[in-house]
Design a protein around this ligand. Structure first.
Ligand SMILES: Nc1ncnc2c1ncn2[C@@H]1O[C@H](COP(=O)(O)OP(=O)(O)OP(=O)(O)O)[C@@H](O)[C@H]1O
Ligand SMILES: [Mg+2]
Length: 523
C-alpha cells in the first residue's frame, strides 16, 4: 500500500554548518579559500597572473584571504553562501566541485565572517554573517554595496576566530601551502603570499638513479563510466634519501595540480603484508607520485580535498596497477637495505625513463624493472669464496660448512643455541685435524689408530702434535675446548655456553681451518 498522507518539512537547518567545525583545521580551511581563487583562474583559461594573499593576525585574532582572480558577478554571489551552490560545472578541470568549501571553511575558522567582492571593475559587494545568523533559521542575507576594493578582487575577512594563530601554526601553514600548491606555484603566473612573503613550492621528488632501477614515468589514462578521460602520470622510483621518522615516503597524490594526499602508507596503496609490506624503515626509499588531471567529478578526493577517497571509481581503476608498482620499488628498497649508500644514493643524477601505459585499468606489470637479486646468504657466500680450493681439495667443503652451520644455529631463537653451536665447532675441529692427517700428512694410520689419536681430551697425543703444524698456544686452546666440551657433556648441570666463549671457539676453529687447509671464512 502506498498513499500520501501529508508533506514533511525537509528544509535543512543551519546546524549543518556547525557540524563541520570539528572537521577543519587552519590548514584545511585556508586551502578551501585558496582553491577557489585558483578555480576562477582555471575556468578563465589560466591566462594572466593571479595573486592570492593570506594574512594572519595573531594579536587582533583575524584572518584575511584575498585574491585577484576576477571577483564574483552579482548573480553569482549566492554561490558563496548557499551550501551546495557552486559556479563549477561538472566538466571543469577545477578543484571545487562539491559546493561546500567556502561555507564550511569560514564557519570553521570564525564567528564573524565578511566577504567583499568586486567583479571586474564593477560595484563592490559585501556579504556578512555572524553567529546569530547561524543560530536562526532565516536563510536570507542582506547584501551591501560598500566602498570599492581593488578591481577583480575577492576578500574574505574573518574575526572572532575559533582557531589559535601561533607561530607554529603559521610555519605549518606555510609548509602546507608550499606542498599543496607546488604545481601552481612553479608557474610564473601564480603567486601565493603568506603575511606578505611569497610561499615557495615544495616538491617530494628527490630521486636516485641506480642503473636499471632509476625512476620511471608512466603515462596513460583512465576512462570514466561517464566517458570522461582522466590523464594519469605516475613517477615511481627510489628516493634520494631516507627519512623514515619524518615519514617522507609512500604514495603522493596530486589531483588537478593540487596535492591531496602526501606520503600515503595505507593498506589501500599496497602497504600491507604480501604486497609492499607494512610501513617500515626498510622500505622507506619507496616513492610513487601520482598526478591525475580531468573533470573535477572524476577526481578521487574527499570533500575537503585532504585525502583520497579509496572507494572512488578512478582510484579503484588505478588500484591494482598502483599496488604492483609500490610493491616493486619497496622490494628493491628492502633488498638493498644496509647497502643503500653504494647501491642507491651514489647515483644522484640520471634520466627518468618514460613508459607509455595506455589504459591503466588493463596495464600489466611487465613495465617494471626485474627486482635485483637478493644478497646471497652465508652458505652461498662461503662456498663461492672457497670455490677454487674445493676443486683442488674437495674435503674442505665439510669444514667451512661446519663454521656456517655453527653460526646459523647460534642465531636461532633457541635457549641452547650456543651449546649446539659449540658442538658443531668442536666437531669441525676434529674433522679439520682428521682431514689434515689423512689428506695432507698422508698418514697410513688405520681407522682405529686414527680414532685414538684424534681423541683430544684430556691431552692431545704428541704424535698428533708432531704431525700437524700448529703452534703451542693453539694446541693449548684446542685442549681447553676439548676439556670444556667433555665437562659440559658429562657434567651434572645443564650445559650453558656464554657468547664470549662461543666466539673464542669460533675464532680458534677458523684459524685452524686457515692454517691447515687454507680455507677462507671471511665471506
Ligand atoms: N574567491 C572567489 N572568487 C570568485 N568566485 C568564488 C570565490 N570563492 C568562491 N567562489 C564561487 O563560489 C562557488 C562556491 O565555492 P565553494 O568553495 O563553496 O564550492 P566549490 O568550490 O564550488 O566546491 P568545493 O566544495 O568542492 O570547494 C564557487 O564555485 C565559485 O563560483
Ligand atoms: Mg571550493
Amino acid at each position: 500500500m502506498k498513499r500520501q498522507v501529508s508533506t514533511l518539512d525537509a528544509i535543512p537547518s543551519k546546524r549543518l554548518f556547525l557540524s563541520i567545525i570539528a572537521d577543519y583545521d587552519l590548514n584545511k580551511a585556508i586551502c578551501e579559500l585558496v582553491d577557489n581563487g585558483l578555480d576562477v583562474w582555471t575556468r578563465a583559461g589560466r591566462t594572466g597572473a593571479i595573486r592570492i594573499q593570506v594574512r594572519l593576525d595573531g594579536e587582533l585574532g583575524t584572518i584575511q584571504v584575498e585574491d585577484d582572480a576576477g571577483g564574483l558577478a552579482r548573480d553569482e554571489l549566492r554561490y558563496i553562501v548557499g551550501p551546495g551552490q557552486t559556479g563549477s560545472s561538472a566538466s571543469d578541470q577545477t578543484i571545487g566541485i562539491f559546493g561546500v568549501g567556502t561555507k564550511r571553511a569560514v564557519v570553521a575558522l570564525a564567528r564573524d565572517v565578511r566577504i567583499k567582492t568586486r567583479h571586474g571593475s564593477g560595484d563592490t559587494f559585501q556579504i556578512e554573517f555572524d553567529e546569530s545568523w547561524l543560530g536562526d533559521e532565516e536563510w536570507e542575507l542582506p547584501l551591501f554595496e560598500v566602498d570599492p576594493i581593488s578591481p577583480r578582487t575577492t576578500l574574505v575577512e574573518l574575526q572572532k576566530l575559533r582557531v589559535q594563530i601561533t607561530e607554529d601554526a603559521r610555519k605549518q601553514l606555510r609548509d602546507h601551502l608550499g606542498a599543496t600548491y607546488a604545481e601552481f606555484l612553479s608557474l610564473p603566473e601564480v603567486s601565493i603570499l603568506l603575511d606578505g612573503v611569497s610561499v615557495d613550492p615544495r616538491f617530494f621528488d628527490g630521486w636516485s638513479y641506480p642503473p636499471d632501477y632509476g625512476p620511471r614515468r608512466f603515462r596513460g589514462s583512465i576512462t570514466t563510466s561517464g566517458g570522461g578521460i582522466v590523464d594519469v602520470e605516475v613517477i615511481a622510483g627510489l628516493s634520494s634519501e631516507s627519512s623514515p621518522t619524518a615519514g617522507e615516503y609512500g604514495v603522493y597524490f596530486y589531483c588537478n595540480d593540487r596535492l591531496v594526499a602526501p606520503a600515503m602508507k595505507s593498506f589501500d596503496v599496497g602497504f600491507t603484508t604480501g604486497q609492499a609490506g607494512k610501513p617500515h624503515p626498510k622500505i622507506s626509499l619507496t616513492k610513487v607520485i601520482v598526478r591525475l588531471r580531468g573533470e573535477a567529478v572524476a577526481m578521487p578526493w574527499n570533500s575537503s580535498k585532504s585525502d583520497i577517497s579509496t572507494k572512488h571509481a578512478v582510484f579503484l581503476a588505478l588500484h591494482d596497477w598502483l599496488v604492483t608498482v609500490v610493491a616493486a620499488y619497496a622490494k628493491i628498497s628492502r633488498t638493498w637495505m644496509g647497502i643503500w649508500p653504494e647501491k642507491v644514493y651514489a647515483y644522484r643524477a640520471g634520466d627518468v625513463v618514460d613508459v607509455e601505459i595506455g589504459d591503466f585499468l588493463t596495464a600489466r606489470k611487465s613495465h617494471l624493472p626485474d627486482p635485483p637479486k637478493s644478497k646471497p646468504r652465508l652458505p652461498e657466500r662461503m662456498a663461492s669464496r672457497n670455490a677454487g680450493l674445493v676443486r683442488r681439495s674437495p674435503w674442505v667443503t665439510g669444514l667451512f660448512e661446519g663454521v656456517v652451520a655453527a653460526e646459523t644455529i647460534s642465531k636461532q631463537p633457541l635457549a641452547h643455541a650456543n651449546w649446539f653451536a659449540l658442538n658443531l665447532l668442536d666437531l669441525t675441529l676434529t674433522a679439520a685435524l682428521r682431514s689434515y692427517f689423512v689428506n695432507e700428512a698422508k698418514s697410513g694410520l688405520a681407522e682405529r689408530g686414527l680414532k685414538k689419536l684424534l681423541t683430544r681430551a684430556p691431552h692431545v697425543a704428541s704424535e698428533l702434535k708432531d704431525a700437524v703444524p700448529l703452534d703451542g698456544e693453539t694446541w693449548v686452546q684446542i685442549e681447553n675446548l676439548a676439556r670444556r666440551k667433555d665437562d659440559l657433556t658429562y657434567g651434572r648441570t645443564e650445559p650453558t655456553v656464554a657468547n664470549d666463549e662461543l666466539r673464542a671457539a669460533d675464532v680458534l676453529v677458523r684459524r685452524v681451518l686457515a692454517i691447515l687447509h687454507k680455507v677462507r671464512t671471511d665471506a
